[in-house]
Each structure stands twice: as C-alpha cells, then as structure tokens.
Design a protein around this ligand. Sequence first.
Ligand code: AQP
Length: 337
Amino acid sequence: MENSFQNEEKKIILSGIQPSGILTIGHYTGALRNWAAMQDEFNCYYMVADLHSITVRQTPAVLRKSTLDTAAMFIACGVDPEKSILFIQSHLPEHSQLTWVLNTFTGMGECSRMTQFKDKSANHAENINVGLFTYPVLMASDILLYQANLVPVGEDQRQHLELCRNLAQRFNNNYSETFIVPEPYIVKLGAKIMSLQDPSKKMSKSDSNSNASIFLNDDDTTIKNKIKRAVTDSGSEIKYDESRPGISNLMSLYYIATGKNYQAIEEEFSGAGYGDFKIAVAEAVAELIAPIRDKYFSVRKDEKALKEILTYGAEKASIQARKTLRKVYKKVGFVNF
Ligand code: AQP
C-alpha cells in the first residue's frame, strides 16, 4: 500500500471521540452524524481517542471494552470503514512520538492559557496531571500527523486548533515546509445538547447521573423515562428561549429527531403543556435511536470482525503517520541508519 487513500485529490479530515463512556445523542448530533455525511466529499480519518481519555483515570477493563464499544458506535452511526479510515489512536505509536517533538516547540504559557485545561483541572482537582496540561499538543499531533486540511471543531475546541496551527507554522518556519496548516471546518451544527438533569451543563457520557444523558444504546422505555423525568423550567409555554434552558433543550432534541425548526415546533404545540410535549419528544427520540441501537448491537456482537476493521484501519493510517514522522525526525536531526 503506497497511500492511505486511493483518491489523493480530496481534502483530508481528522476527528476523534474519547472512549470514556457510552456515546450520547450529543455525540450523534455534534459529531457522528456529520462524520457520516462528510465521507464522500473528503478523505476522513476517524479515531477512538484512547490516549486522550487516560488524562482522567480510567478502569483498565472498562476502557478496553469502551474502546470497542465506541468504534462499533461510529459504524452504527454511519461511518463506513470502506470509505473512511477508522482506527484506535494508541495503535499508532506515531501520535506519542510526534507529541514529544511538538512538546519541545510549545510554551508553558500557551498550554496554561487553555480554558479546557483550567476547567478540567478544576473538575479533577485530585488528579491534575501533566497529560491534561499537554493534551492540546497531543491533539495537534493527531491532526498534523495525517496532514489534515480540515478539522471539524465546536466552540470548545477552537482554542486547541489555534495552538495546532501555531505549532505547524512554527515548525515549518524553523525548518522548512513540513506540515499542512489545518483550517477549522464549520459544520452545520445541531444545537449543543444539554444535560436532562441540569440544562446549564453539556450532556456528557461520563455524567455520574445516568438520567442526565440519553445514550445511543438506551432502549425505548429508558429513553422515554429519562425524557419524562427531564428537568423543565417554571412556566408552561413551549417556546424556545435561552433563559428557559430546560424546555429549549427538549425543543433541540425534538428538532434533531424530526427536522422541524423551533418556529414549527412552537406552532405545533401552541396551547399544549409540558407533559404532552415530553411525550412527543420521547416518541421522536426513541424512533431516532432505535435503528442506531440495533445496528450497534449487531456490529458489537461480532468482535472478531470489529477488530479486523480496526486492524485494517490502523495499517492504512500508519502509511501516512510513518511518512510524516520520518520527515519530522529527519528535520530535527535524529540519526537514521
Ligand atoms: N452534548 C453534546 N452536544 C453536542 N455535541 C457534543 N459532543 C459531545 N457532547 C456533545 C461532541 O462530541 C465530540 C467529542 O466528544 P469527546 O467525547 O471526545 O469529548 P467531550 O466533548 O468532552 O465529550 P463528553 O461526553 O463530555 O466526554 P467526557 O464525559 O469524557 O468528558 C465533539 O465534537 C463534541 O463537540
């Protein structure tokens, strides 16, 4: 195999999700559904970001299982391993090797300014490790290793991509053209999905309260019960209003599941109460999740086939990863016999 992809004309995209729990409807709307849609137009690398996930302490057996669960969920949501390169980050040692080199190009001040580092260290005060600090350098390596042109980013990752661009330019200026400087790829984003139990917080796969998140493998009854119990605001009108985050979040879920915009939803439920609206949201979300869940269980059941897909993905990814790392090692002056 000479190249990672057959058609080298297309622009390259890289994205990943950490295997730190079961993926939620937030991952579907904020990432996976877009990943599936981008596969024809771009050459896509999609990775299970297990190296990133250990910046927060994980239970080894759970992490091993979650890594395969996450890969199976990528496929269930439409990632096609024939079109895209699907792999596990730790299978490519080049991610860690490039990170070391880029660490020596990154200022302490640059890393300490990252708002995610500040947030995560506040949330995990018992384990503020150096990995958490250099997380954006690993992310830069993920991107630069594959010479990605575009990186789909939400608001929370913008600052990290900016650092990645700075590192690429710094390295290129110091030696010679080595890395493609990636651009943010603004996808038509669904709204950010908030916790069902605390709508001021993002819905998250590692929330300790499982009622706060709709997981992509939840059964119909579980989904309906979670939505029935969702925290709503005072008031009774079905109206999108940022000062009423509970009802607005349910409207976002209904929008994702049905494609109806907020105005259409307000018209459909004018005069209706929260109870009726919750029943409609629950039905629609359950209908959206059902085929994803079914596909997930069928992919996950055949672990041998799943591992073959991931081995093949790692082999294809390593063609480009090795090429980039070789170039970098040569430029910094490492001896190669
Ligand atoms: N609630 C959400 N709404 C919209 N998009 C979301 N994403 C995650 N949650 C939502 C999108 O998923 C991608 C990356 O996910 P990640 O798991 O690598 O990191 P995360 O954003 O930190 O997700 P979690 O669930 O909150 O992880 P934990 O619990 O491990 O900290 C991104 O594209 C993100 O926008």
